[in-house]
Design a binder for this molecule. Structure first.
Ligand SMILES: [Fe+2]
Length: 296
């Protein structure tokens, strides 16, 4: 039976209405989900909570996950297993983190517009974010359609940025909020990388802006001029007509294509509410090949 996808926005984002991800999925259904992501870029599923293994197993059908998801080296016990990223305001004792906790401060930058893992050589294809506990107010996630944003640029700008690369680094987005306390080990793990400002989707052939708050400057340009261009393009891409807001319910799982969207979390009361989200992140096979070629 074909899946039913209800559009939630004129340009992107579909809601899958009749698939329970806790049940086995046939290859046919999976292929339809895959096709729906290619079209919609963001897909919303409602359903029962998935275990870590169930979420990871579903994500792995789209490709391999990152082996190491931990950026901060805290030495503290993780709340969840290594396959998923803990996107919560909870500490190793499952209590809300206090204001001085490095993990809480580090996580604040998720409220800046970004694309997951743009600061890595092997960038992310998909993210699958799953809600275990939601804040009763705030804590939404917003998505921006970077294909529509690219399409809306004047031809002159499309020509100007066609071959430009930006440098991305995890420290860049954190420095924007004044967080600079990375250890040498943390800095050495993720040196800056370069990626084109425009990415072509391998299935649809649609071009998209590839931007993030991790991007510091344009390669070969004076830093202020490149930074201004990135700022202007991000401002353009996050105008209301390109943006959808997802309000979370427990059990929701949202998949997005990082090659053609940006996203950001919205604020909530970190001291009062618990927000427990877990992310599986699928590597982009095109960049896995490129990384292998570069090191060969
Ligand atoms: Fe993110």
């Amino acid at each position: 039976m074909p899946i039913n996808v209800k559009p939630l926005h004129p340009m992107f984002v579909g809601e899958v209405q009749d698939v329970d991800l806790s049940k086995p999925l046939s290859d046919e259904t999976f292929a339809e989900i895959q096709a729906a992501i290619d079209t919609s870029a963001v897909l919303v599923f409602h359903g029962p909570k998935l275990s870590e293994d169930e979420q990871a197993a579903f994500a792995e059908r789209f490709g391999p996950l990152y082996a190491d998801n931990r950026i901060l080296k805290t030495g503290l016990k993780d709340r969840i297993g290594p396959k998923l990223v803990d996107i919560s305001n909870l500490n190793e004792n499952d209590e809300t983190m206090d204001r001085a906790d490095r993990r809480r401060i580090f996580g604040l930058a998720n409220r800046l517009w970004h694309t997951d893992a743009s600061f890595k050589k092997v960038t992310a294809k998909y993210s699958l974010l799953h809600a275990h506990t939601v804040a009763p107010e705030g804590g939404e996630t917003q998505y921006a359609d970077m294909r529509a944003a690219y399409d809306a640029l004047p031809q002159k700008m499309k020509d100007r940025i066609a071959d430009l690369e930006a440098e991305h680094c995890i420290a860049t987005s954190r420095e924007k909020l004044g967080f600079t306390e990375f250890s040498d080990e943390e800095k050495n793990t993720l040196p800056p990388v370069r990626h084109g400002l425009v990415r072509t989707h391998p299935v649809t052939g649609r071009k998209a802006l590839y931007l993030a708050s991790h991007a510091s400057h344009v390669v070969g340009w004076p830093v202020p001029e490149g930074r201004m261009l990135i700022h202007d393009l991000m401002e353009h891409a996050t105008q209301p007509q390109f943006v959808h807001t997802h309000t979370w319910q427990v059990g929701d799982l949202v998949i997005w294509d990082n090659r053609c969207t940006m996203h950001r979390a919205r604020p909530f009361d970190l001291d009062t509410y618990r927000r427990d989200m877990r992310r599986a992140t699928v590597m982009d096979p095109d960049y896995m090949d490129a990384a292998v070629q570069k090191t060969a």
